[in-house]
Design a protein around this ligand. Structure first.
Ligand SMILES: N[C@@H](CCC(=O)N[C@@H](CS)C(=O)NCC(=O)O)C(=O)O
Length: 215
């Protein structure tokens, strides 16, 4: 058995943050596929009892530890590996600031938008989609401006703040109905920088369950 197990599925950008971090730090890890689409597995009592009371992926298993919330997982792995780790109080606070903004307002809106538009059956209400799209455009512009003056979110080197913010940003443009890198040029260059890191993989190559039957 690998040192780390990650409960995840290919379509989850929230889980991608953790999977990418594991790969970039060269961890010995394996995915445990969670059947979200056919079985709604995270919503089952078994999953909530045995895996995560919050009913979500990702969940990282390390020995007797089970950690959920990608921000917690990224922090744990950064502290253990010493990689992508914010250094000193100022960087730690700054990373936390961007990770919270990301969880709530960047990928926190982008994930549900893509889900309701492309994956949900039936698709989401157009008024809800329009609300989310307005917030997404605004918040991606904030990230783009931040990246206009530095190569990575905190500065010269990549940290867990970057690995949180990339969550949904490598998924195909047709899944969103708009092209994020084409519309945000600093985000585009930053995504290429992260893609160039040794160990980078696309979410569909890193986590199981892509191309589900009937989709
Ligand atoms: N803030 C959480 C978000 C996790 C999350 O929302 N995961 C989704 C999958 S992308 C989930 O498991 N949803 C279960 C459900 O909707 O029942 C994190 O960053 O880990």
């Amino acid at each position: 058995m690998a040192e780390y197990q990650l409960y995840c599925f290919a379509q989850s950008g929230n889980a991608y943050r953790a999977a990418l971090m594991l790969n970039l730090i060269g961890a010995d890890w394996e995915p445990i596929w969670v059947d979200f689409f056919a079985k709604g597995e995270p919503r089952t009592p078994e999953y909530r009892n045995d895996v995560n009371e919050m009913g979500e992926v990702p969940v990282l298993v390390h020995g007797k530890r089970k950690l959920s919330q990608s921000a917690v997982i990224l922090t744990y792995l950064a502290e253990r590996s010493g990689k992508f780790k914010p250094e000193g109080e100022d960087e730690r606070l700054e990373a936390l600031r961007w990770i919270i903004f990301d969880n709530q307002k960047v990928n926190g809106f982008l994930g549900p938008y893509r889900f309701l538009r492309t994956l949900a059956r039936p698709p989401g209400d157009p008024a809800v989609l329009a609300f989310l799209k307005g917030r997404i455009d605004n918040n991606l512009a904030i990230v783009d401006k931040r990246l206009s003056s530095r190569p990575f979110v905190l500065g010269a080197r990549p940290t867990i703040a970057d690995l949180s913010l990339v969550a949904y940003l490598y998924y195909p443009a047709e899944e969103f109905g708009f092209d994020i890198p084409a519309q945000h040029k600093h985000i585009a260059v930053w995504l290429d920088r992260i893609k160039a890191l040794p160990g980078w993989k696309h979410p569909y190559d890193l986590m199981p369950g892509h191309l589900l039957p009937g989709r």
